[in-house]
Design a binder for this molecule. Structure first.
Ligand SMILES: NC(=O)c1ccc[n+]([C@@H]2O[C@H](COP(=O)([O-])OP(=O)(O)OC[C@H]3O[C@@H](n4cnc5c(N)ncnc54)[C@H](OP(=O)(O)O)[C@@H]3O)[C@@H](O)[C@H]2O)c1
Length: 275
């Protein structure tokens, strides 16, 4: 049995969900630059293996483990935790990043897809936090970065379930931050707006307005995490939009979001793209 802590005692260890693409992949690169050992998880093994090989080569001395899991499966978080226990790894930083969004008239979206969205975006995030937070509290250090969204700040018609999952993530993270920060553990809700990733390759409407890079988003996240903040909105334009939405009555903000997100003819057909 291998004990990462014994192999490289000075390296903190991060577990990143959704590390095969987008924001999660960027977290993996940036944490490797910070000399973290990494546990990468997602469904696409080929991508995770390729990334692990690259990071080991580029950052000699770091250790990278791959755990393949489908977080829509309710048993997946415990399976990940069991594998981490088997490897005798203490996770110092949990990045709950995996997630996806559905777009369209609620009644046209496949119910199993919506259930999967809640399972990945919410249930798995809570279960993984449950699995790894107690160890951090025992050791008196460490933290959790939960990737929420600017959609966490108001209801979003035609992405009703997605926005509700992200409102959950934000509220959960802020509350937990208050519970554990006095005991040396950080919890951050990272709220990106539209960001150039594969997110929009699934069945999400193409973004309008300024689009941020994964580098921008992860820079904001790590800066806020270092500062011990409970929540951060990535980018000035997103911060201004949220400030505006907070100034006007919530019903107006919801109506404006509904006009922007209206699915039009493509999704009215009820055939969202599937990965
Ligand atoms: N891009 C944006 O505009 C934006 C804005 C706000 C918030 N966010 C949030 O940012 C996070 C990362 O998204 P992204 O933009 O980087 O999208 P992405 O490029 O599509 O990456 C999503 C990641 O989540 C993983 N994932 C999806 N479903 C999964 C499942 N059932 N089980 C395990 N892993 C799963 C994917 O891996 P596999 O497919 O290999 O499993 C992939 O690594 C999400 O929580 C998203 O809601 C994104």
């Amino acid at each position: 049995m291998t004990n990462i802590a014994a192999v490289s005692p000075k390296h903190p260890i991060a577990l990143i969900t959704g590390a095969s693409a987008g924001i999660g992949l960027e977290f993996a690169k940036r944490l490797a630059e910070r000399h973290y050992d990494l546990i990468l998880t997602a469904r696409r093994r080929d991508r995770l293996d390729e990334l692990a090989t690259r990071l080991r080569a580029e950052h000699g001395g770091i250790r990278v483990e791959v755990i393949v899991a489908d977080l829509a499966d309710p048993a997946a978080p415990e399976a990940i935790a069991a594998e981490v226990r088997r490897l005798e790894i203490d996770v110092d930083l949990l990045v709950n990043n995996a997630g996806f969004g559905t777009h369209g008239r609620f009644e046209t979206l496949p119910p199993e897809r919506e259930r999967g969205e809640i399972a990945v975006n919410v249930a798995a995030l809570v279960a993984l936090t449950h699995a790894f937070l107690p160890g951090m509290l025992e050791r008196g250090h460490g933290g959790v970065i939960n990737v929420a969204s600017t959609a966490a700040f108001q209801p979003v018609p035609y992405m009703a379930v997605y926005a509700a999952t992200k409102a959950f993530v934000r509220s959960f993270s802020e509350a937990l931050h208050e519970e554990v920060s006095v005991r040396g553990v950080r919890v951050l809700a990272l709220c990106p707006g539209p960001t150039a990733t594969e997110f929009f390759d699934t069945n999400v409407a193409a973004p309008r307005g300024p689009i941020r890079t994964v580098r921008d988003v992860v820079t904001s996240g790590l800066r806020a995490y270092d500062a011990g903040a409970p929540v951060v909105i990535d980018g000035l334009s997103n911060q201004v939009l949220i400030a505006f939405a907070n100034l006007i009555p919530r019903r107006w903000a919801t109506r404006i979001a509904g006009k922007i997100m209206h699915p039009g003819k493509a999704t009215d057909a009820g055939e969202p793209l599937q990965r």
